[in-house]
Design a protein around this ligand. Structure first.
Ligand code: GEK
Length: 240
């Protein structure tokens, strides 16, 4: 049974910047499920897409793996294939709990507690960035995406899921409101929504879909598409 996220349920006089610490790890599965529209679909389909693209003898990376949801989905869909699954996250608390989950489910995965900007990448048929690039400083995203592209085998797939921004002011307001309505429908109060939003300010920095698509093309991905979107959350595929 997942522990319920009540981190922002009572008023916090001294609201801290959001961090992926022990408190967040404790409630993470509940938090992400109730906060990201389409999360379960995106994770399950990450596994399905990896099943199609993961090549024997190659590496599959889950960058910003948190508790390993994407890695576990990939592992389920690629059973018996000779692959190296590699999960990377710079939160020690996340990696520690992820290791426990992988041991419990008997999943063979190399876990690295380091920044995705620095992690070594090579021989990749699948790279997953599910809701992680949004936390990387904007001026480092181009270099990271280029390093990912350079590490990928021809015909490999990058799955990039992000909270997105809209250039059109009306759509930005509409989708922000709809996202908040989604969170309220999942049991979060107005206070929880407002405090979480403040805590994430300048921590989670969304970009427009076209900024993502242009960057991926500039980094050498040949085919780029949005395969899923719900309000201001989207998932893209980019083929090397
Ligand atoms: C899932 N993919 O369940 N280097 C490494 N890790 C980072 C960095 C960085 N520079 N910045 C943030 N992280 C997961 C969900 S959560 C998304 C990903 C969310 C890590 C951070 O520690 C956290 O575990 C993860 O990226 C983002 O599908 O909570 O909105």
């Amino acid at each position: 049974m997942n522990k319920t996220d009540t981190i922002y349920a009572s008023p916090q006089a001294d609201l801290q910047r959001f961090a992926f610490d022990e408190k967040v790890v404790e409630v993470f599965p509940d938090m992400i499920q109730r906060s990201v529209p389409g999360y379960a679909t995106i994770i399950a389909m990450t596994g399905v897409m990896a099943g199609r693209y993961a090549k024997a003898g190659s590496n599959c990376y889950d960058l910003g793996c948190s508790l390993g949801a994407s890695s576990l989905a990939i592992s389920r869909e690629t059973r018996g294939r000779d692959l190296q699954l590699i999960g990377v996250d710079n939160s020690a608390a996340m990696i520690e709990r992820c290791r426990e989950y992988c041991t419990q489910s008997n999943t063979d995965i190399e876990l690295r507690c380091e920044s995705i900007q620095d992690t070594a990448l090579s021989n990749a048929s699948v790279v997953v960035l599910n809701f992680t690039l949004q936390f990387v400083p904007e001026d480092q995203r181009q270099t990271l995406c280029q390093r990912i592209s350079d590490a990928m085998l021809p015909g490999g797939i990058l799955i990039l899921s992000e909270k997105i921004q809209f250039a059109d002011a009306h759509l930005q307001e509409l989708n922000t409101d709809l996202h908040h309505a989604f969170k309220r429908a999942n049991g979060y109060s107005d206070l929880e929504v407002a405090q979480k939003r403040s805590a994430l300010e300048n921590v989670l920095m969304p970009e427009t879909l076209s900024a993502h698509q242009q960057r991926l093309k500039a980094c050498g991905f040949s085919s780029v598409d949005v395969w899923f979107q719900c309000f201001n959350f989207a998932s893209m595929v980019a083929i090397k």
